[in-house]
Design a protein around this ligand. Structure first.
Ligand code: GLN
Length: 446
């Protein structure tokens, strides 16, 4: 742990993956592990883990990379943080993200810009860009992120690591700062598949504090990671390899399919006909839920409060105007509009209906397939500053990942080679609660 902290302090000035580290407590906990000795069952005992800064940590500032939560010190630990403590992992620090997890490049953070460790002129992806960069840079073996529309898988792909968005309900959201509650899910970022399965073992399971958390039994995700995928049926949707996907990325994914075939899987071309509606559907639903969730930042209860205000109305308006960044305001306006009387039927209700069709596409294909595969992103990491002023281009970057959030299915990104010297990812989508199938295929492939 001393070495981990020293390494971060020496090298993170170039990457800026961390918003803050928790040196004193990390060292105390490490000393305690030394004292107690390591129980062989506690495989994660003493290992450092980084936490995305939209997951609350007791007594340690948590900002969601927003000025509106500047200096916010939570009074409790998120369930996932509690579970990592129980597993005797050492929470080393909090990682950078897009403000309130809204973005695909970590550039909307109110605090700092994170670089991709593979090429410092490129973005690390987002919104869990800090967590992914911290793992890729070798600072920590594991990190937690959140994924509302791709925010674990896309940065995992851009950083050449493994990122898992579990089934909606698999992991408690208690203590995850809400963005879009029907889509948000906490998940795991690690260098390899086996480590990822170990970390998911530690954070999964029913939590009565989150009413959407599932009581579905949690298997040992490391079981059956033996390289054997003979007879596995994998579907490859043609919509995931259409124009927009860079030809070299397509070639790498076709090569990945050959590898899976050589390991004994069969690959069928299929169609997910509603894929083209996923981006608009997602941005209406996610923004609507965000506009509702973000009402709590009113300058009164916690977080930033504007100075020199005379009326209550002024407290709300000035605190929110000064505390939120542009991308967050854009989502609040879009969401409030889609939910308002006269527009609700045309936008929010329609989006909710299309969401069901997208889910049915997955259900149909997964009736007779174990997995769906495709690229995680249409391109490798793009340049810092390249897309930040063009929200629609930025939103299109999520085209391949957001359907899994709309449907609730588990989905992971597994490293699948390099394009233009930068890593890319293969995305695997499974049946609900079948993370183990994704891990089996990912382990055999990597
Ligand atoms: N990039 C998507 C967005 O901006 C997804 C973000 C996420 O998964 N948190 O909404």
């Amino acid at each position: 742990i001393q070495g981990t902290l020293a390494n971060i302090h020496a090298q993170d000035g170039d990457i800026k993956a961390f918003l803050r580290t928790d040196d004193e407590r990390a060292l105390e906990k490490a000393a305690q592990v030394d004292k107690d000795g390591i129980n062989p069952q506690d495989v994660l005992s003493g290992l450092p883990v980084a936490i995305k800064d939209n997951i609350v940590t007791k007594g340690l500032i948590t900002t969601a990379a927003s000025k509106i939560l500047d200096n916010f010190k939570p009074i409790y630990d998120a369930t996932v943080v509690q579970k990592l403590n129980d597993a005797k992992m050492i929470t080393i620090g909090k990682t950078n993200l897009d403000e309130f997890a809204m973005g695909s490049s970590t550039e909307t953070s109110a605090y700092q810009m994170t670089s991709n460790p593979w090429d410092h002129t490129k973005v690390p992806g987002g919104s869990s860009g800090g967590s992914a960069a911290a793992v890729a840079a070798g600072f920590v073996p594991a990190a937690l992120g959140t994924d509302t529309g791709g925010s674990i898988r896309q940065p995992a792909a851009f950083n050449g690591i493994v990122g898992m968005k579990p089934t909606y309900g698999r992991v408690s959201r208690w203590g995850a700062i809400a963005f879009a509650s029907s889509l948000d899910q906490i998940g795991t970022l690690t260098r390899g598949v086996y480590d990822n399965a170990l970390l998911l073992n530690a954070i999964s399971g029913l939590d009565t504090k989150d009413s959407t958390s599932s009581g579905n039994p949690v298997p040992d995700f490391t079981a059956n990671l033996n390289g054997d995928i003979k007879g596995m049926k994998i579907a490859m949707p043609k919509e995931y390899l259409q124009e927009g996907v860079q030809p070299e990325v397509k070639a790498a994914i076709l090569k990945a399919a050959d590898t899976l075939r050589s390991l004994g899987a069969t690959i069928d071309e299929v169609s997910l006909p509603h894929t083209q509606y996923a981006v608009p559907t997602y941005y209406i639903i996610a923004s609507s839920e965000a506009s509702s969730n973000l009402q709590r930042y009113d300058g009164i209860r916690y977080g930033y409060r504007a100075k020199d205000v005379k009326t209550l109305e002024d407290v709300y308006v000035k605190s929110r105007s000064e505390g939120f960044g542009d991308e967050v305001k854009r989502r609040i306006m879009l969401g409030t509009f889609s939910l308002s009387a006269g527009y609700y039927d045309a936008y929010f209700k329609k989006a909710a209906q299309v969401r069901t069709l997208i889910k049915q596409d997955f259900d149909d294909i997964l009736k007779d397939h174990d997995l769906i595969m495709g690229p995680t992103t249409p391109t490798p990491a793009f340049g810092i500053g390249e897309k930040v002023s063009d929200p629609v281009t930025m939103y299109m970057n999520d085209i391949l990942t957001i359907s899994a959030n709309l449907a609730g299915n588990p989905s992971a990104s597994i490293p699948a080679g390099f394009v233009d010297g930068l890593p890319i990812g293969m995305q695997l989508i499974g049946k609900p609660f079948a993370e183990n199938t994704i891990y089996r295929a990912g382990f055999a492939f990597e």
